[in-house]
Design a protein around this ligand. Structure first.
Ligand SMILES: [Zn+2]
Length: 406
């Protein structure tokens, strides 16, 4: 192909146009099978955005030929810099997609003088390529979780995610809207029967639809309830007790209510990590006869559970703790105890997994997801966010490029 470069002004801005011409002696190739084929006609000229050169917006200009392929009929010729109908070169799509992991999509668009849509399209192309090329062999442990998204608690405000949580590879495998049984079924189906058959561990919350589907579809794998979810339920219970008591005290007298003021975060932290003035306040609270103090103590005692090595002793401790909680006359704590009891077997599987599942894997990936969804004010659709999640957490293979600057 023959090329000519011209610099020109469009309105205010300077642009570079790289005019590409086909080699007269070489026939075009079919875009479907890439075999050379006789020419048919020539389409009007088009432009593809290329990686900006010296900060100047740069375009490829070319009038593509159509060829007559014996197998595929009259089709547009294969263009090595382009994929489908996209008005951006592959090099530029890869370039934008890589930067879009470091900057927000809006910033990426501004810095490289293109539109938000171009960045979106580029990341979508990049992710599509990666999903088609990724290998799913050797997945032994998965974690399933729900992620809250946006405002409100409607079904549409939740996502279901499936992570790989093997120690050698932690990544997002699948994400889908809502958190129903159908959602998880759909996700496991997308990952394929082979992957599901090969699983040794599955890790999840106590969310009923997930438990049902995992029991039905992955019953051969050891099902573990994640430590971080149980801690979360305990913390929520302590917080409920505190809130109820706080408003009760405020209605009656102000003196005791003061003890609970600004105590939300100290109460939710692990006891050994509360220091300084918060510690003094916490100690004062603990000597009081307040319900919040008792709830907090129950939560702290439960941390001991995770120190066991054997499922039998851990089970005995769980019984003891649940009895104590049931006698506490604190409804939120009793609720946790009932929940733990009804899932006792799955909780004890934690000890049967024998440390083969890493504790923080699901929690860590959830935190990363939150970073992406919060940065997501620019994501106008669910689809855009889904793509961003695969892009940042999927560890997808990437198309090769001569223009990877980051
Ligand atoms: Zn063909």
């Amino acid at each position: 192909m023959y090329q000519e470069v011209r610099l020109q002004e469009r309105g205010q801005a300077l642009e570079i146009e790289i005019v590409v011409q086909s080699h007269g002696g070489i026939r075009g190739r079919c875009s479907q099978c890439r075999r050379s084929a006789p020419g048919y006609d020539r389409l009007p000229g088009r432009r593809w955005q290329f990686v900006p050169l010296w900060g100047i917006v740069t375009w490829f200009c070319y009038a593509p030929r159509r060829v007559q392929c014996p197998e595929h009929g009259v089709v547009v010729e294969y263009l090595p810099w382009s994929d489908g109908k996209r008005p951006i070169t592959c090099a530029m799509m890869g370039f934008l997609a890589r930067w879009a992991r470091r900057l927000s999509w809006r910033e990426t668009a501004r810095v490289f003088q293109t539109s938000w849509e171009s960045v979106y399209r580029s990341v979508a192309w990049f992710v599509e390529w990666g999903l088609a090329e990724r290998k799913l062999e050797g997945v032994q442990a998965i974690g399933v979780d729900e992620i809250h998204w946006g405002h409100g608690l409607r079904a549409d405000n939740f996502l279901t995610v499936i992570y790989q949580i093997d120690s050698h590879c932690r990544r997002l495998l699948w994400v889908g809207p809502r958190r129903a049984e159908a959602t998880l079924r759909c996700g496991l189906k997308a990952l394929g029967a082979e992957l599901v058959q090969g699983l040794r561990f599955v890790c999840s919350d106590m969310w009923k639809p997930y438990l049902n589907v995992l029991a039905a579809e992955a019953g051969h794998a050891l099902h573990v309830l994640d430590r971080f979810h149980i801690t979360m339920h305990l913390n929520q219970a302590v917080d409920q007790v505190r809130r109820a008591e706080s408003s009760r005290l405020r209605a009656a007298s102000t003196l005791k209510a003061k003890r609970l003021k600004h105590m939300r975060w100290p109460l939710l932290r692990r006891g050994s990590r509360v220091r300084g003035r918060a510690r003094e306040k916490l100690n004062a609270l603990l000597t009081s006869k307040l319900a919040t103090a008792r709830a907090w103590e129950l939560k702290e005692v439960f941390a001991h559970f995770w120190k066991y090595k054997s499922a039998i002793w851990a089970g005995a401790f769980l019984d003891y703790w649940c009895q104590r909680a049931m006698r506490s006359r604190l409804e939120p704590m009793k609720k946790v105890a009932r929940m733990l009891r009804s899932h006792e077997e799955l909780i004890l599987n934690w000890f049967r997994a024998n440390g083969e599942i890493s504790t923080g894997a699901v929690e860590g990936l959830n935190n990363k997801i939150r970073v992406v969804t919060r940065r997501s004010y620019g994501f106008r659709t669910y689809k855009a966010m889904e793509i961003a999640l695969y892009h940042t957490l999927g560890r997808l293979p990437e198309p090769e490029s001569a223009h990877s600057f980051c």
